[in-house]
Write a protein that binds this ligand. Structure first.
Ligand code: S5P
Length: 477
């Protein structure tokens, strides 16, 4: 049986057991409503419980990346329990009121900051109950971006939640439910029209906007805790320890020159960015020495390959060929253009300590590039589905993403704003960090082609770090 048939079966069962009623009812706030949902009754019907949870699991949860499940108290708790067992993922419980004795904690169960939790709820009207649960989970450092819902009443909850960075996926909307029930002769056309009119006229007010703390003001140590990506955690920690957010882009064609440069500036950088395909004398010995320098000076290696093909080709380009990137690069850059397949291709590395990090290109620094707002938005939502793989974004603006666990990598930086004659646009450290939210700053020719790269790297390192410190102090914004 396909999903639509099963959804129809569930809708009819919910109607039959009086979980959905039509007539004239009074809501908690004293308003009359022509439709009433009481999904608490489903605990009395094991077949409805089973059908609901299997639909939620297959329709909304199967392909998602998450560590924990939390039901909004109380109606959704039994459903969340069934889903936890089915998905073999641990469950958390949120208290309605903090305990008055002992620990005052609101969340029961075992978890670690940075883990991803999916919310389960029966009915969403304004979204405020989902938001309350989310806020308590976020206070514990958990990442919450998805809520799985049985019914969206289409009264503004979806929008309210999306403004708080929670995307909902529901089995039914009020419209689809009405359509199923009238098609099956359970309600008359007039009832359906009346309910639709009511829903249209009774939108829930916007929920109070309690976004999690803005990433611009959070120090890297704190963001390390909030990230679900091991390599992003490591990069945040390297930056905090070495007090540098400088990534040097070694766009140099001689392997010896790259190694000599890194020997001089390794202590001042958090990461080196390579374009391995421009090196004219690439050997495996170069790779070994590069790794050795990275270890000695504690910096990471980012291969700026900008993958952009179908998953299968990308997985071959990543692992095979002359460069076998997956064997030595801690992380890579990738376009999101091909869709999720590109991330699946990059994730398909045989288990190993390296190559699990991806920076997705959400924007480019070059003049006239073709990236649009919509492209940017879908890139960011794609990343949110692969938080164990994606470390952050190559982008230029602080509004590109909100999740403080992701890293903003920004190229196109020089001490003075300028441009080259091939479309590259340069901004100053102050502009990219304090105004535009850059976390890791990529500098190429500004250092590499200077007379004394070592001195220049130090100047950049200090200037960039000062801007980061200004930003987190919050004084300039
Ligand atoms: O939008 C982008 C993305 C990247 S990764 N603009 C960029 O310039 N880059 C890369 O950053 C580019 O490939 C180059 O390696 C580096 C910038 O070098 P620079 O010499 O212009 O500082």
């Amino acid at each position: 049986m396909d999903i639509d048939t099963k959804l129809e079966e569930l809708a009819l069962k919910l109607f039959q057991i009086d979980a959905i009623k039509f007539g004239e009812f009074l809501t908690k706030s004293g308003i009359k409503t022509p439709v009433y949902f009481d999904l608490r009754v489903i605990v009395s019907y094991p077949d409805v419980m089973e059908l609901t949870s299997s639909l939620l699991f297959n329709f909304a949860m199967k392909d998602r990346d998450y560590n924990l499940i939390c039901g909004v108290p109380y109606t959704a708790l039994p459903i969340a329990t069934l889903l936890s067992v089915q998905a073999k993922k641990p469950m958390l419980m949120r208290r309605k009121e903090a305990k008055s004795y002992g620990t005052k904690k609101m969340i029961e169960g075992h978890y670690k900051a940075g883990q991803i939790c999916i919310i389960i709820e029966d009915v969403v009207t304004s979204g405020s109950s989902v938001l309350e649960t989310t806020n308590d989970l976020r206070k514990e450092g958990l990442k919450v971006n998805d809520a799985i819902i049985i019914l969206d009443r289409e009264q503004g909850g979806k929008k309210n939640l999306s403004e708080n960075d929670i995307q909902i996926k529901s089995l039914f909307t009020m419209s689809t439910l009405l359509e199923i029930l009238s098609r099956n002769g359970k309600i008359s056309k007039d009832v359906a029209i009346n309910v639709k009119q009511y829903i249209r006229d009774n939108k829930a007010p916007p929920t109070e906007n309690k976004k999690f703390e803005h990433r611009m003001f959070l120090p890297f140590e704190k963001r390390a805790e909030l990230s679900s990506n091991m390599l992003a955690k490591r990069l945040f920690n390297i930056m905090a320890t070495k007090k540098t957010n400088l990534c040097v882009s070694v766009d140099i064609t001689s392997s010896t020159s790259i190694l000599n440069l890194l020997e001089k500036i390794g202590a001042h950088i958090c990461m080196v960015k390579t374009h391995v395909d421009i090196i004219e004398d690439f050997t495996w010995d170069f790779v070994m020495r590069l790794k050795e320098l990275a270890e000695r000076y504690n910096f990471m290696i980012l291969e700026d390959r900008k993958f952009a093909d179908i998953g299968n080709t990308v997985s071959l380009q990543h692992q095979k060929g002359l460069f076998r990137i997956a064997e030595w690069a801690d992380c890579v850059t990738s376009h999101s253009l091909p869709g999720e397949g590109v991330l699946k291709g990059l994730a398909a590395v045989p288990a190993g300590p390296t190559s699990r990090g991806v920076f997705l290109l959400a924007e480019m620094s070059s003049e006239g590039n073709l990236i649009t707002q919509e492209y940017k938005d879908v890139t960011v939502s794609m990343a949110a589905r692969y938080p164990h793989l994606v470390m952050g974004f190559v982008c230029q603006n602080k509004d590109t993403f909100k999740d403080p666990g992701f890293i903003q990598l920004t190229p196109g930086v020089r001490l003075e704003s300028s441009r080259d004659d091939m479309g590259q646009v340069y901004n100053t450290p102050e502009k990219v960090i304090v105004e535009n939210g850059a976390d890791v700053i990529v500098v190429g020719r500004g250092i590499v082609t200077s007379k004394s790269p070592e001195t220049e790297a130090l100047i950049y390192k200090d200037a960039l770090w000062r801007c980061y410190e200004k930003r987190v102090s919050g004084k300039l914004l």
